[in-house]
Design a protein around this ligand. Sequence first.
Ligand code: ATP
Ligand code: MG
Length: 348
Amino acid sequence: MTKLIALLAGDGIGPEVTGEARRVLDALALDLAFEEAEVGGAAYRAHGHPLPPETVALAQRADAVLFGAVGDPAFDALDRALRPEQAILGLRKALSTFANLRPARGFPGLEEASTLKPEIARAIDLVIVRELNGDVYFGDKGRRTTDAGLREGHDLMRYDEAEVRRIAHVGFRTARTRSGRLCSVDKANVLETSQLWRDVVIEVAADYADVELTHMYVDNAAMQLVRNPAAFDTIVTGNLFGDILSDQASMCVGSIGMLPSASLDADGKGLYEPIHGSAPDIAGQGKANPCAAILSAAMMLRHSLGEAAAADRIEAAVATAIRGGMRTPDLGGTATTRAMGDAVLAAL
Ligand code: ATP
Ligand code: MG
């Protein structure tokens, strides 16, 4: 049966990089239908809102969402609720995508772009499973003036056990498909939420006797990630810690333009997007690296469309293009977005 893909290209380099992902998907001649809708600044221009109801409806109706990026400095002065960036937060909520998978794998030939020593960069092969619907992002927030006349701000960090349990299961299941090692990252020596997190992860571990579970404080995890990233296989962590650790992991690989992500709901339906943003500084110039978007399309095939073999082919083709020396400017070269897409297609 034909699978429907909602293609939400968004702003900045979003249309350029998802355009290359679309060409790669088309070349595979799978039974896919694409429907496009505006999101972010593009949607604000067309409809007066960054996340119009038609866009949400299409995303909910589709079998999977392929997302570019949102963000446009032209709208910086708007109210927070109308800013392009709100569109992605709204979509994650509307689709209940609570599990964010961010794989980071070293590419042979790309070591010189990494901040790490070549032999260390080459050995990276990990996935960060980040909780996406809770934590300080969604707890009570506020500003006030204290009795002493000082300005004060607060963001409540909170998780309930059901929220921790469902992401823990995703962590264990992910580890099981890989080397069977799961590292749960928290700050249980200081935070109540982290103590709950650790208790619940240990309870869930009873269902996964075949997975080896370890725990690490987030500060130590940040250090180990640059010291010896190969020590990690699957990391499961909260929204804030996962945000920080995955950006750190991207530079260990070499460029933010190389890392894809999947945001999944309880049934495996998902939204797929590069971890980078709309990059307004290079938008429209053909300089963006489309690999993160192309690899996001591969994750979509694997996780939501039951096309694991096609996903493997795309990932191998990207690796071949990189090994063959194709380099966009973020990787130290001069190749265009289109040339990188062509190289991946040729390798396919
Ligand atoms: P957001 O808030 O949407 O995450 P951001 O402000 O964090 O966006 P990005 O849009 O990710 O920033 O851009 C950060 C830097 O990385 C910019 O200099 C941008 O040009 C560069 N960059 C991001 N994506 C790519 C890409 N695919 N190829 C090349 N360079 C990129
Ligand atoms: Mg960013």
